[in-house]
Write a protein that binds this ligand. Sequence first.
Ligand code: DQA
Length: 148
Amino acid sequence: MAARPTIFVLNGPNLNLLGTREPEIYGTQTLDDIGAMLSERADALGLLIDMRQSNHEGHLVDWLHEAQASGAKAVLLNAGAYTHTSIALLDAIKSIRTPVIEVHLSDPKTRESFRHHSYVGLAAVACFAGHGANSYVLALDAAAALPL
Ligand code: DQA
């Protein structure tokens, strides 16, 4: 049987604290809860997910490179605050052919003005934001629909 296509799900700083971190903004589901939701959906879509989190920008850069090297079908990227600051992440996304979909639990465009600009968004193929944990599921559905 052919291997199932893999979707990297990369999470940036402070997302390890989901569940207790500003629940009025980010909800009460933990990152593990989101991973479980995504695994179930991935199964139904015939996909595998490889979900990771780091508080360090360079890890996210390395994992974007790894997504391409390992032949991942797509990357879902919630870069947290690095979304709004990281030219290194923008360059990494532009350095790989693997499509990257930007994800946010909240909708940064309706929050403080420093969250309105997204470096990730300058190179991502799509963005799902403002749907809480469901932003990830919507992004996974979009990743499934991308051509191989
Ligand atoms: C976030 C939005 C960012 O502005 C913020 O820095 C985060 C989380 C979100 O998922 O809503 O850490 O990416």
